[in-house]
Design a protein around this ligand. Structure first.
Ligand SMILES: Nc1ncnc2c1ncn2[C@@H]1O[C@H](COP(=O)(O)OP(=O)(O)OP(=O)(O)O)[C@@H](O)[C@H]1O
Length: 249
């Protein structure tokens, strides 16, 4: 489904990604983890050619993206959705318009746009928020809108760049639940960058560990499931005053 072959990317002489080869099979929830600066986001952005590689080959759905440009690349990108840490919603557009914009850009048939927007908002549980603006939503709700927008064009791949890093633990769990549902319901292959081991272990069934722009290891794992925390204030106080809590750090 996704094949990277000897892909490299430098920024001003600094090699952020160095000759990476990686295969991600259809239907995987594939995590990418590593230290800050390891090249995780750059690697993710190389998959849809948001970053153009200096060398190497990127193929998605059997299409060599690195051999495409202009219209053909835009067309191929429709099958690759993306979400970001800071949601990237358009502040002065309603929730409805934020999702509709991706259909407009993809020249989705005009008459069917409304139905498709509402289908996607329903999937993420936010149909009743359609006339609100991003500033009126919580972080978790904004990320759900971003997921609806990314799903609008029926992608086969969803790239997630630190999708839960701005969220509290229980909202993180909620978003991970939505992503798992996207994978299971539509068979969408998910590639998720995160620096949080708990996030990676919860839903990923394959993980690539990056170090200094190179693949350190790539392995199959058994997802541990999504863990909710008790966010009752009593529990916070209890945890703050209990001995041995530092072990959790
Ligand atoms: N557009 C850019 N211009 C210059 N340098 C860049 C650019 N994008 C990334 N880099 C550099 O490339 C290296 C890898 O960055 P990248 O964001 O891919 O790492 P990361 O593993 O995702 O890090 P973090 O977890 O901190 O986000 C970093 O040293 C970064 O400063």
């Amino acid at each position: 489904m996704i094949h990277l072959h000897n892909v490299s990317k430098s920024f001003h002489m600094f090699q952020a990604v160095q000759s990476v080869s990686l295969t991600i099979e259809k239907g995987q929830v594939h995590g990418i983890i590593g230290a800050s600066g390891a090249g995780k986001s750059t690697l993710l952005r190389l998959i849809n050619l948001l970053e153009i590689p200096d060398a190497g080959e990127v193929a998605v759905n059997g299409q060599k993206l690195t051999q495409l440009n202009g219209k053909a690349l835009r067309e191929a990108r429709k099958s690759i959705g993306m979400i970001f840490q800071h949601f990237n919603l358009v502040a002065n557009k309603t929730i409805y318009e934020n999702v509709a914009v991706s259909l407009r850009l993809a020249k989705y048939p005009m008459r069917q746009r409304r139905e498709r927007v509402m289908e996607c908002l329903q999937f993420v549980g936010l149909a009743s928020f359609k006339d609100k603006y991003p500033a009126q939503l919580s972080g978790g709700q904004k990320q759900r809108v971003a997921i609806a927008r990314a799903l609008a064009n029926y992608p086969q791949v969803l790239l997630c760049d630190e999708p839960t890093s701005s969220l509290d633990p229980n909202t993180t769990a909620e978003i991970l639940g939505v992503l798992k549902n996207v994978n299971e319901t539509f068979g969408v292959t998910i590639v998720m960058v995160s620096h949080e081991m708990d996030v990676i272990k919860s839903i990923c069934n394959h993980v690539t560990v990056l170090a200094d722009g190179k693949v350190y290891d790539s392995l199959a794992i058994e997802p541990k499931g999504i863990r909710l925390i008790d966010d009752n204030p009593e529990n916070f106080v209890k945890q703050l005053t209990e001995d041995g809590e530092w072990d959790h750090a």
